[in-house]
Structures are given as structure tokens and as C-alpha cells.
Design a protein around this ligand. Structure first.
Ligand SMILES: Nc1ncnc2c1ncn2[C@@H]1O[C@H](COP(=O)(O)OP(=O)(O)OP(=O)(O)O)[C@@H](O)[C@H]1O
Length: 347
């Protein structure tokens, strides 16, 4: 997949800049009817605000059921909000959905494609919805779909289906693209290829809203993001800003010869810089102050313990989620497990 993406005629270039945000959501609220027989409505989005600048890859991150898809469906004019405001390039998708459709490409989670439709047919059909579609041939080349152009949708692999869904989102030559749960179900190599593709789309000037429940994906791709939990924004910023704002706890993992394990455990448990010690498989995980790494290494050296391996555990967006919600991050479950009190340093 090395061919360039056809330059969108209307692309916003990050370098030229545009007045104001490309996407702006303020205090969005959206409810659905509750279960049958109940008058209470299900609150899918309680209060979401976000602002996306031209040329960004902007992430909407959170566990399943957090309200991510509902948020982008309101943005695309597919759902009517109960409250708040939404603008795409200054246009309200609730009142002018047709104008938003001209500038917004949407790849949503579930494809509505007929199983028998071929890649070529799907591309021609979607291109026919637009007055000035992108160059279909170039899109097929870029998305590595030329060889599969006569293959029916049902016969495509998971990765090929995802690439087709991206191609369909881009066929209207959009200025903004919404990509929802793009890499779910893909193998690691296909995920990495898809990430490269997303960056290449952005490099051509398309602003991207990336909806994902994968922390690593958001960390790798997003310039900025919001973390949504139970219909509310619980954190926002660049991945680096969010991670840097975490407290000063540091974690190291080490492996020592079996004969030194007990001595290691007791030595480390007595250090002032150590707050907790755990066994993680064959490794010992030690958390503590910013000085925990040198403190551990020095203490072991004093006792002539030579570790087989010592490494710091990098902090991640997962730690951000735990810090802001008090729960562990389980992407499959919005009601993730509560985090217990900090472990003591004793076994
Ligand atoms: N059409 C609907 N009718 C009733 N409830 C809905 C509907 N669509 C979504 N919901 C509920 O609203 C909440 C938010 O759903 P939404 O799909 O927006 O979350 P999400 O973060 O995108 O999760 P997922 O990744 O699982 O799609 C969930 O509890 C979901 O069950």
C-alpha cells in the first residue's frame, strides 16, 4: 500500500489553517427510549464537549457503551440530540444534514453492505451519491483493493472489509472523516497497516475523528483525544499531556535468580521509596516514588543480588483511565472493576 491518496479538492490543509475548529461539540446530551414497559429513558451521552482542529487525528476513547458511537452519530446528523450543540465546519448537522454529508465521510462500525455487492459496485454506488466524488481508481490503489475489485463483500477478509469501509468513507472526498472501531477484529499486522493508512489519510489534509476502545491505538495515532466514560468526558488532551499529568508513581519489574527471591522481596519491602510489591508471573513488580528505580538497584547491589532483568513499566493511557475513574480499564465493559486499595509491601 504505497500509492498516494488522491488529494481531496476541498481538503483543509493543516498548514494553511482554518478559522475555528473543524468539529465542535458543546454539552451534547442524547437519550434513548428505556426498556419496554419503562418510562425512564436510557442516557447514552450525558455531557460531552470537544473541539477538533484542522488536520488533527482526534480520538474519542472509552470502554464499550461509553457513548462514543452515539456522539459521532449526532455529529453525522444520523441521530437527533436532546441537548447541547454540534457543528461540523460551522454547520449544524441536525438542521442541515445534507450540507454536512458533503464534507463528512463516515465509516461506522457495522457495514450496511449487501453480501453480494463487489468492491467495484460498492465504490461506484457510493461515488454516485456525490456531485464531485474522489477518484475511485486512486482510492482502490491506495487501499490495496485493486486485486479484490471483483470480489463480493462476503468473500473479503476482515482487513479487506475494513479497507473497503475506509475507501467508502473517503469516496465523497470529505474534509473530515469519522472512523469508528476501525481495527476491531484485525490481526496485529493488519492493525498496524491500518494505522499507517490513517496517518496517510491525515497527511493529505483530512481531519480524522477516530473512535476506539483501544488505548494503544489512541496513544499511537491521536494528536489529541477525549476519554469518555458513562456518557461524560473524564479526560482530554494529547496522550503525552494526559500521561505526564499522572501522579509521580513509578513502576519497575525485575527478575532475579530463584535463590535470591526471598532476600530480594524482604530487601525491597523495607525501602522508603517502595509503596507496593507484587508477583507478576516470574517477575517482581515494584511501585513507588520517582526514585524507586535507583533505590531498587542500589539496595540489590548492596546485598549482592544481580537481577537477570530490570525494566521500568511505561505509563499509558490505561493509567490515565484508572486515575480519573478509579476503575481498571476493561474495554469490553463500561462498568469495569473497581480498583482496590493500594497493596501493601508485604507478601
Ligand atoms: N438505539 C439505541 N437504543 C437504546 N439504547 C442504545 C441505543 N444505541 C446505543 N444505546 C445505549 O447507549 C449507550 C451508549 O452506546 P454507544 O454505542 O454510543 O456507546 P459506545 O461507547 O460507542 O460503545 P460501543 O463501542 O459498544 O458501540 C449504551 O448503553 C448502549 O447500550
Amino acid at each position: 500500500m504505497t500509492a498516494p491518496l488522491p488529494a481531496p479538492a476541498s481538503a483543509l490543509s493543516p498548514s494553511t489553517g482554518a478559522a475555528g475548529p473543524v468539529v465542535e461539540v458543546r454539552n451534547l446530551r442524547k437519550t434513548y427510549p428505556g426498556p419496554k414497559g419503562s418510562t425512564a429513558r436510557k442516557v447514552a451521552v450525558e455531557d460531552v464537549s470537544l473541539s477538533v482542529a484542522p488536520g488533527e487525528i482526534f480520538g474519542i476513547l472509552g470502554p464499550n457503551g461509553a457513548g462514543k458511537t452515539t456522539t459521532v452519530e449526532c455529529l453525522a446528523g444520523l441521530r437527533e440530540a436532546d441537548g447541547g450543540s454540534v457543528r461540523v465546519l460551522g454547520v449544524d448537522p441536525q438542521t442541515r444534514p445534507e450540507r454536512v454529508r458533503d464534507v463528512l465521510g463516515v465509516q461506522l462500525q457495522e457495514s450496511a453492505l449487501n453480501e453480494k455487492i463487489t468492491v467495484d459496485e460498492a465504490m461506484s454506488l457510493y461515488a454516485s451519491f456525490y456531485d464531485a466524488p474522489a477518484d475511485v481508481e486512486e482510492l482502490l490503489v491506495m487501499l490495496d483493493l485493486v486485486e479484490h475489485r471483483r470480489v463480493a463483500y462476503a468473500k473479503l477478509s476482515g482487513g479487506q472489509k475494513q479497507r473497503l469501509s475506509i475507501a467508502l468513507a473517503l469516496v465523497g472526498d470529505p474534509r473530515v472523516a469519522i472512523l469508528d472501531e476501525l481495527t476491531t477484529g484485525l490481526d496485529p499486522q493488519a492493525r498496524r497497516n491500518t494505522w499507517d493508512l490513517v496517518e496517510r489519510v491525515r497527511d493529505r489534509g483530512v481531519t480524522i475523528l477516530l473512535v476506539t476502545h483501544f488505548m494503544d491505538e489512541a496513544e499511537r495515532l491521536c494528536d489529541r483525544l477525549v476519554v469518555i466514560d458513562a456518557g461524560r468526558v473524564v479526560a482530554q488532551g494529547s496522550p503525552a499531556e494526559l500521561i505526564d499529568a499522572l501522579d509521580d508513581t513509578r513502576t519497575v519489574r525485575l527478575r532475579v535468580p530463584a535463590a535470591d527471591r526471598d532476600l530480594t522481596w524482604h530487601t525491597l519491602a523495607g525501602l522508603v521509596d517502595v509503596e507496593s510489591i507484587d508477583e507478576v508471573g516470574r517477575e517482581i513488580e515494584v511501585s513507588g516514588t520517582r526514585r524507586v528505580l535507583p533505590a531498587v538497584v542500589l539496595a540489590l547491589a548492596e546485598h549482592d543480588v544481580v537481577p537477570d532483568d530490570v525494566r521500568t513499566v511505561p505509563r499509558s493511557l490505561e493509567d490515565v483511565f484508572v486515575a480519573v475513574t478509579g476503575r481498571t480499564y476493561d474495554p469490553a465493559d463500561g462498568a469495569s472493576a473497581a480498583v482496590g486499595p493500594a497493596e501493601g509491601a508485604d507478601r
